[in-house]
Design a protein around this ligand. Structure first.
Ligand SMILES: O=C(O)CCC(=O)C(=O)O
Ligand SMILES: [Fe+2]
Length: 425
């Protein structure tokens, strides 16, 4: 990102988000055939929050595309077994519904592969149902495998940066499922973006732009589990279904990467035996969507326990505790997350004032990424953190938290960010 793009993006990001209430999906989604500049992806897809597909050229040098796949494009079970043996993996049963998802169990990788082989031999069926290995933190468990490299387009990733720093979790996953396995209707964690690359096989995606999910709720306000189910046509049960648009339907082929924008709800089918890699990620372009989502989550918790409001001194704190257990994060942790992102950029910018990308002394993946994206990108990120932090500090619910458990003064951080952004020319 150069200075001109920095100035453009700082204005573009302030534009109101598109309203999708009367969406008419075209049956086409933009397709990136060959090298696309980061700037083009940033301006045309990240900022306006639009889906697109990257061709298989973008994954052709990944080692997993060679090692995990046979010559005829099928999962290479033998090789996969050698690599992962008895690693414990999470496996969902696509035939069972638990709330709005599929129940999961932990199984040895070997056991899942044995099931998958039998499932294929049995004409893609099994008395055990259709099992789907999903949300497996393969990269975290086997970093030395270097199975793939995150494309630069998806490298401004605050979510994994923060959870890597905390050393507790990440949002980088592998999915492996037989033909017929599927993922029910949902939006991604914290309304993050996702990117998903097919190592082998094909997927069908049904995408609804933000806001359309309101038409896909039942009379109790619960989101549909399967947007293709006949029950949605029952007006008594799904009163607003006829107002929903048709979904954008995308077929993703082997090797291709799909970009799923923030807050777009989706349902996904494996049309063949499929292996994919998926990351959830967030950055300065959709941090406002996450913050909006957290405020909505808090409002719904408040509604749930409204009756206790006047009887408890710690009611606001209590809402935060419930929000953290349901959503995975509360306001204080959200601020810590923003602070980590800001601190990393402030140190990056102070270590390479000339914007040389900190080359030479850069050892960590993060400083390498910040170096590639450049100082103006770091300044853009800081602007976005600044804007979000200012909004939180003015938020009435935040102000009502009696002892915000922050181990720093947010005003000092705001000042430091302002000075640093100012110093980037
Ligand atoms: O591939 C799947 O089954 C689901 C993937 C997904 O929901 C995502 O990448 O956000
Ligand atoms: Fe998803």
């Amino acid at each position: 990102m150069d200075r001109e793009m920095f100035n453009n993006c700082c204005s573009l990001v302030k534009m109101p988000r598109q309203c999708w209430l009367h969406y008419q999906p075209s049956h086409f989604v933009d397709y990136m055939e060959r090298a696309t500049t980061y700037g083009k992806f940033f301006k045309n897809y990240l900022l306006p929050n639009l889906p697109c597909i990257f061709s298989k050229k973008f994954t052709e040098d990944w080692s997993c595309r060679r090692h995990w796949v046979t010559e005829d494009g099928k999962p290479n079970f033998q090789k996969l077994l050698q690599e992962f043996e008895d690693a414990p993996v999470p496996v969902a049963n696509c035939n069972a519904k638990e709330y709005n998802a599929n129940p999961k169990q932990i199984m040895a990788f070997r056991e899942f592969i044995q099931y998958w082989r039998e499932y294929i031999q049995n004409g893609h069926s099994s008395p055990k149902g259709c099992l789907y290995l999903k949300d497996w933190h393969m990269q975290r468990m086997f970093p030395e495998h270097n199975a793939y490299k995150t494309p630069v387009y998806f490298s401004s990733d605050w979510l994994n940066e923060y959870w890597d720093t905390m050393e507790v979790d990440d949002y980088r996953f592998v999915y492996m499922g037989p033909k017929g396995s599927w993922t029910p209707f949902h939006a991604d964690v914290f309304r993050s973006y996702s990117w998903s690359a097919n190592i082998c096989g094909r997927k069908k995606w049904l995408l609804y732009p933000p806001g359309q999910e309101e038409f896909l709720r039942d009379c109790h306000g619960n989101l549909a589990y399967d947007v293709t189910a006949a029950v949605l046509k029952d007006k008594g049960q799904y009163p607003h279904f006829e107002d929903a648009c048709e979904p954008l339907e995308i077929i993703q082929e082997a090797g291709e990467i799909i970009f799923i924008p923030s807050g777009w709800h989706h349902q996904v089918y494996n049309l063949e035996d499929t292996i994919s890699i998926n990351h959830n990620w967030l950055n300065g372009c959709n941090i406002d969507v996450m913050w909006q989502f957290l405020q909505e989550e808090l409002r719904s918790v408040q509604k749930e326990i409204e009756e206790w409001r006047d009887t408890m001194d710690t009611w606001h704190q209590h809402c935060q505790v419930i929000m953290k257990s349901c959503t995975g994060i509360d306001y204080v942790e959200f601020i810590s997350f923003l602070r980590t992102v800001a601190s990393n950029r402030i140190s990056f910018l102070s270590s390479c004032p000339g914007g040389g990308g900190g080359s030479g002394s850069c050892v960590s993946v993060l400083s390498e990424t910040l170096g590639v994206l450049g100082p103006h990108h770091a300044a853009f990120d800081l602007q976005r953190v600044l804007h979000t932090l200012e909004d939180i500090l003015n938020n009435e619910d935040f102000k009502l938290l009696q002892t915000p458990a922050l181990d720093f003064n947010p005003e000092d951080l705001l000042q430091e960010i302002r000075e640093t952004v100012h110093s980037v020319h």
